[in-house]
Design a protein around this ligand. Sequence first.
Ligand SMILES: C[S@@+](CC[C@H](N)C(=O)[O-])C[C@H]1O[C@@H](n2cnc3c(N)ncnc32)[C@H](O)[C@@H]1O
Length: 368
Amino acid sequence: MATIPNLNTLRSGRGGPRRRGGGRGGLSSDGELDERESEAARDRVVQQTDNDASSSRLSAIELGYLDDEFSQQLWPQGQNVPKRYPIINRGTYVRTKAVDKLVALFLESEPQQRKQIVSLGAGSDTRFFRFWKQGLLHSSGVNYHELDFEANVNQKRHMTRTSPGLSDHVKQAEKAGSLYSLHAIDLRDLTKKSPPPVPGLDPELPTLILSECCLCYLPPDLASSVLQYFTMNIKSSLAMIVYEPIRPFDAFGKTMVSNLASRGIHLQTLKRYSSLEAQRQRMRLAGLKGGQGARDVYDLWESDVWVPGDERRRVEGLEWLDEVEEWQLLASHYCVAWGWTGEIFEKAWGMLEGGQTAAETKHDDMGP
Ligand SMILES: C[S@@+](CC[C@H](N)C(=O)[O-])C[C@H]1O[C@@H](n2cnc3c(N)ncnc32)[C@H](O)[C@@H]1O
């Protein structure tokens, strides 16, 4: 296989990357990038991974995989929408649907209870808008917080205010008692001795933390400390959903890591949370002891619980996919993991099967 495409960061399309946060770090007088400038440059690379995520989403939307009228409104006008490979589109579909299912089960559990969702590194994610439109936020009201770097938040804030399709939804949702907040916060700051407050975060509400390809960009200890910030501050039921790559040690995983590294992208937690079991253990260690689950994207795709048969057939009919083996390889290197504490999540997720499978044990036998 000449290249190994990547579900979240593949840049094969015609629409080039959008630039956020200015140009490259400048040169200091002796010609070397100083430490702060090179850190800022590394951060810009991480911020721009949102361009890849949102362009992959748009590709999947345009081809009929996903129904989402909002992503286009967050995409700069006049910029081409890239077309991704069929296996990337399918991957985007599966991960979106799997995370949507977990979030929807939470929202539907104890419908009269007000709830809170905190999306870490939300980027151009549109779940708040989609779920409002579907009526999933209507019953009891939700505090919906999105955190990201200032550059990304400023752009989203601008788009959200100026696009009537988005601003109307925010207004309607707020009138009905929900709260949509964008926070310009570097997550690493939450790990400091005196972290900044997350305005409006309600410690008494059952809270769901989302990290879709976000915490993986932090050093592992900082990623754990970010979780700790929430486990310490939220006094109510708490849960977490993570979507990120796994299995860096086999041939495909190694190529995936080096492809990303060549673009300056380092998935810093990948080795620590390299398997599905390591992801479940991460949840346990974070104090989410009520239950833990993890499934790779291939497994999710194959399971009627996550992708009902008629949906699978519909999606299979959208594009001809001749690289079945490649799809299996790619999809088995990404996972959705979840963990919880508290009754409301037990009711929502307790029946989902996320424990270890025989296939998984075999797959993850290989170490570094
Ligand atoms: C790959 S994008 C994913 C965006 C979105 N969650 C999705 O799935 O479409 C990663 C996002 O995490 C954000 N991110 C990474 N590290 C961060 C940090 N330390 N503080 C705030 N945001 C961060 C990036 O700016 C970017 O928007």
